[in-house]
Every structure is written in C-alpha cells, then in structure tokens.
Design a protein around this ligand. Structure first.
Ligand code: UGA
Length: 429
C-alpha cells in the first residue's frame, strides 16, 4: 500500500518505519526542514531502541523516504496518517494547531478514496473540525478515521508490532477494510468503533494508567505513616486479575509527553461540557504534589538543604529514553536548587537535552554515576534506568562519602542498601 505519514516524532517515525518494513511504500513528511535533512542523511533525531536500524534498512530498500513537500507525499498515498503533536496550551487543553495545519496542507493534494487517519491524540469531535478544513480545499471523495496509538517510548517498536489491541475508528466500511488490511501484519485484538469512541479510548486509557500510578503513590504515602511496605501491598493488590500488576509502581510521579498533557486535556474537555471527573482530577493533583512529598521526606533526614551536595541519578522522564519532557527528575532538581542545594547529576542519555533546553539550571553534570557519588553526601535516584537498579554499593562505599540513598523510583533493594552501610529512604517502604 502507499502511505504518507505526517509528523516525524515518536509516533510518526515508528509508524512510518514499521509500515515500510511490512513492504508498504511510505513517505514521511514534516515541516521541520532540519529534522527531514537529518532523516535523509540516515540519522535518527532522538533515541529509541531499534529504530535507527529499522529506518536505515527501509530507507536503503527505498521503501521509506522523507520530504517536506506535501505535493510529493500526498498524491500517491492511499492512507495518510496525521501524527503531529498536540501539546498543552495555557488552559491545559490540547493545542490542535499542528493537526489543523496538517489538514490544510494535505487537503489540496488528496486523491479519490484516500483514507485520512488521525493518529495524534485529539479530543472527541476534532475530526469534524478537520473535515471542515479539508472540505474547503478539495472536491475529491476521501474518508476520515481515528486510529489511536498506544506505544511507550523506550519500547515503541515492540508496542507497535505487538499491541494488546488495534482500535480502528471510522464510520465508513471501505476505510475500515483498508485499515484492517494495512494493519494485518500487526498482532493484537481488533476493535472497530466510531471515530469519537476511538478518540475517547485513548484519553480514557492514558488517564486510567496515570490514575493507577497516582493511586499507588497515595497508598505509598499511607504505607509511610503506618509502616507498611508498598511494594508488598501493590503485589498483593495487583495479583487480582481485575486490577492487574502493571503501572502500580510508586515513585516521584509520572512525566513524559503524554500522561501529564492528556490528563489535563481530558479534564479540560470534560469541564467544557460540565462533566466532573473527580477521580482523574485527584490523580492529577497527587502527581503534582508527589515531588514535594519526596523532598519533604529528604528534608526530614538531611534538614535544611542549603549548600548540601546532592547527587541526582537520572534526568529523563523514565528509563531507556533521552526524552526530558515533563520529567519529574527536572521538577525535583528545580526544587533542590530553590532550596539552594548543590546539584550533581548524571543520566546515560538525557544530559545533552537538559543543557540545551534548561541552560538556567545550575547543574554540575557528570559522565557517570561514580563522578556524581564522589561529590555528593546524598544520592537521589530520579529515573528508573536499568543501570541504577543494580548500583554497585561496595564501590559506592569505597569511592564516596554518601550516607543516604533516596530512592525516588523504589528500584533498589532496601535490605541490601542498609547492609552495605547506607541509610535507605524510598517511598512507602
Ligand atoms: C504512555 C502510555 O504508556 C502509552 O500507552 C501511550 O501510547 C503513550 O503514553 C502516549 O500517549 O503516547 P510513555 O509516556 O512513553 O507512554 O511512558 P510510560 O511508560 O507510560 O511512563 C509514563 C510515566 O509514568 C513515566 O514518568 C514513568 O516513570 C511513570 N510510571 C510508569 C510510574 O511512575 N509508575 C509506573 O508503574 C509506570
């Protein structure tokens, strides 16, 4: 099949690479000329395990090309995916300008029976706005659909190839058949819905997962005061198949480009129709206070943080990515700096982005955890990178003056940490 993918962020690039790998002819389009040049040179603009090889293989086989030119990408395409960003605006709503501008740019080049698929996360009803824009600019018969994306950064390829489900939201039988054909090599249950339901599934799923995390974080606070171990509690809770074990891991809260934005957006579009979403609003509130809660715990042990040398392990919003959007690690560092602590930090991949986008943060960057430890009197784990999970505690003892380990991701074994001679402070354990 001939496919165009508009937007070369995580969702767009992964979609383009995988569809090309199935043998489809794919053109990736973006308005960012620099990004397109980077891709044309065979480089990947961000880190995602396995993506670089997949892109190169398919570019080499000429099944995948990149351009800024809509007049090249759209006319041959039978299916066009809109995969542009929908960031939060100042009111917390999804900013749909990129979606609308993509619709405007593609419309004049649409050919008969093209299927336009909105993959960007958009509020219910957005397709009607998109339709109005396209209808003004073309006479051809085309179809609109919504196929939301459920991939996670860091495991994007695996998630796209083997998702739990593929949601195909369209009111048109022809478009439904085309999209079922295109997704045939992908695993997962097919759920056929109308467009609005597909759009809502995405928000409902993300806000449910975000609520699970906040729920675990609230129970962790309760465990702190009653002396229970939240990891045991969550294991006991999660084994109930009706609840499930995933996304019950406590920490300093959820970040990234999706949960914080989508939770705010669902609250905003519910409010517009005067629907109260108390559970989701609560999840959001808990997330915004979780870093403070952790800082207060740290202060209970260290006292005033002024001039204290604090080492922070992790800057990315989670492990296995260089993405720092809405990273809780950065929220934590900002607060430490406000308290006038001296911050030493290390992340396996994300330091370059922090230096670039937050030059005002007075962080002393290190190129490994050992360098951080040598400077610090206390260590905070802020991101769940694998390399921090089995931190060499003997080496830490040998090379540093560190006395406290504050585990903001509950990834260390407290008994081992204590045995090695450190004070361990996690969340709810
Ligand atoms: C999330 C969803 O998991 C994907 O299904 C969805 O497609 C994506 O958003 C999106 O809307 O595009 P992602 O943001 O890549 O994916 O990351 P997650 O793995 O979901 O983690 C989000 C945040 O929650 C991270 O900060 C992570 O540290 C935190 N988290 C996750 C916890 O604190 N505890 C957990 O148990 C799980």
């Amino acid at each position: 099949m001939k496919v165009a993918v508009i937007g070369t962020g995580y969702v767009g690039l992964v979609t383009a690479a995988i569809l090309a790998d199935f043998g489809n002819q794919v053109v990736g389009v973006d308005i960012d000329e620099e990004k397109i040049k980077t891709l044309q040179k065979g480089q990947t603009p961000f880190y995602e395990p396995g993506l670089s090889d997949l892109l190169l293989r398919n570019q080499g086989a000429r099944r995948l090309i990149f351009t800024i030119d809509y007049s090249q990408a759209i006319p041959p395409a039978e299916v066009i995916f809109i995969c542009v960003g929908t960031p939060s605006n100042e009111r917390g709503e999804a900013d749909l300008n990129y979606v609308f501008s993509a619709a405007k740019s593609l419309a004049p080049f649409l050919t008969e029976k093209a299927v336009v698929v909105i993959k960007s996360t958009v509020p219910p009803g957005t397709h009607l706005e998109v339709k109005k824009i396209i209808d003004k600019l073309t006479e051809v018969k085309y179809y609109l659909a919504s196929v939301p994306e459920f991939l996670r950064e860091g495991s994007a390829l695996e998630d796209t190839l083997r998702p739990d489900r593929v949601i195909i939201g369209t009111d048109n039988k022809y478009a439904q058949k085309v999209l079922l054909d295109l997704h045939r090599p992908i695993n997962g249950k097919r759920i056929l819905t109308d467009v609005v339901s597909a759009q809502l599934i995405k928000y409902a799923a993300n806000s449910f997962l975000a609520s699970k995390i906040s729920y675990a974080n609230e129970i962790a606070r309760l465990c702190d005061v009653y002396g229970a171990d939240v990891m045991q509690v969550m294991e006991g809770v999660g084994e109930d198949k009706r609840i499930g074990k995933a996304f019950l891991h406590p920490g300093i809260g959820y970040g990234g480009s999706c949960f914080p934005k989508d939770v705010k957006a669902i609250l905003a579009f519910a409010k517009k129709k005067e629907v109260e979403l108390a559970v989701i609003a609560g999840a959001h509130r808990t997330n915004t206070t979780q870093v403070n809660y952790f800082i207060e715990k740290i202060k209970k042990h260290l006292g005033n943080l002024q001039n204290k040398k604090i080492g922070v392990l992790g800057l990315a919003f989670k492990g296995n990515t260089d993405d720092i959007r809405q990273s809780r690690a950065l929220v934590l560092i900002k607060k430490l700096l406000e308290e006038k602590a001296e911050v030493y930090a290390y992340d396996p991949l994300a330091a370059t982005s922090v230096k670039k986008f937050f030059p005002e943060l007075r962080i002393n960057y290190a190129s490994n955890w050992q360098q951080v430890a040598k400077q610090a009197e206390a260590l905070i784990i802020a991101t769940e990178w694998n390399e921090f999970k089995e931190l060499d505690l003997e080496e830490l003892k040998r090379i540093s003056q560190v006395k406290y380990i504050f585990d903001g991701r509950n990834i260390l074994n407290p008994a081992k940490v204590k045995l090695a001679g450190f004070h361990y402070v996690g969340l709810g354990r």
